[in-house]
Design a protein around this ligand. Structure first.
Ligand SMILES: [Zn+2]
Length: 254
């Protein structure tokens, strides 16, 4: 049986005999894997649509639960990311972390649209990379049901007085009293009102408005630190692509 799928390429692993295994995040089936024959030949029409950072339409045949690519057409690509090592490293993190949260045979259209919005911002706008990364991490946290709370203390439930504290282990803001009493689990980060409001905005705005806010460089740094801390804590893992992104950033900052 032939199927039509629309998806973003998360991974492309070359195997023997000109064959590649492609992992996609599709609109129709969530995360899925397909085999692709001959796409690595330079003359193949399937080459560009199966490259990393391609969004394409695929006609695949399904046999015994396995998908094999027949035809494809590129809809959109973020190949320009390769022009900057830092941008392609962050793009790689978006694919890896998003892919790690994607489920098979489930509707993952919100996650797909988040990833596409972030890749678009990274590739085609001048938004600070730290802002794109933090927005991606916060909305991903929300997608997996772990959105941090910054309006109320996660420990006593009282309204959060600013300046407050933030703990990934507690899942958001902690009031000074709970920190002091030892009720809340650390490590703690300082949370100023501007950063708290930005977190609240990113978690509650519509898909189209996720980047429509401004923070100082210092505020973005704090936001990025908290969002990353929370995502890695919630997923109980780290990502090689994140380590690589940080390396490329350090080189650029020097
Ligand atoms: Zn409290």
């Amino acid at each position: 049986m032939d199927l039509k799928l629309t998806g973003l390429v998360l991974r492309n692993v070359p195997v023997a005999d000109n064959k590649s295994i492609i992992t996609l995040l599709t609109k129709e089936r969530g995360k899925t894997v397909m085999t692709c024959h001959g796409a690595r030949k330079l003359t193949s029409r399937n080459m560009a649509p199966t490259r990393l950072f391609a969004l394409s339409e695929y006609i695949v045949s399904e046999k015994n639960g396995r998908l094999t690519l027949k035809e494809s057409a590129l809809l959109e690509s973020f190949f320009d990311l390769s022009l900057s090592l830092e941008a392609s490293a962050l793009g790689g993190y978006i694919l890896e972390a998003g892919g790690a949260c994607a489920r098979e045979n489930e509707d993952e259209s919100t996650l797909l649209s988040l990833m596409l919005n972030c890749l678009y911002a990274l590739c085609k706008t001048d938004l600070p990379k730290e802002q794109i990364k933090a927005v991606f991490e916060l909305r991903l946290l929300s997608e997996i049901g772990c959105a941090p709370s910054v309006s109320f203390c996660t420990c006593c439930g009282g309204e959060l007085p600013y300046p407050a504290f933030y703990s990934a282990a507690e899942g958001g803001g902690v009031c000074p009293d709970c920190k002091k009493s030892g009720e809340a689990q650390g490590p703690f980060f300082k949370l100023d009102e501007g950063t708290g409001k930005a977190i609240d905005y990113v978690l509650s705005c519509s898909d189209k408005q996720i980047f429509s806010f401004k923070l100082s460089k210092k505020g973005l740094f704090t936001l990025g630190r908290l969002s990353e801390e929370s995502l890695l804590y919630s997923l109980e893992r780290s990502f090689d692509s994140l380590k690589f992104y940080k390396e490329t950033k350090n080189e650029n900052d020097e």
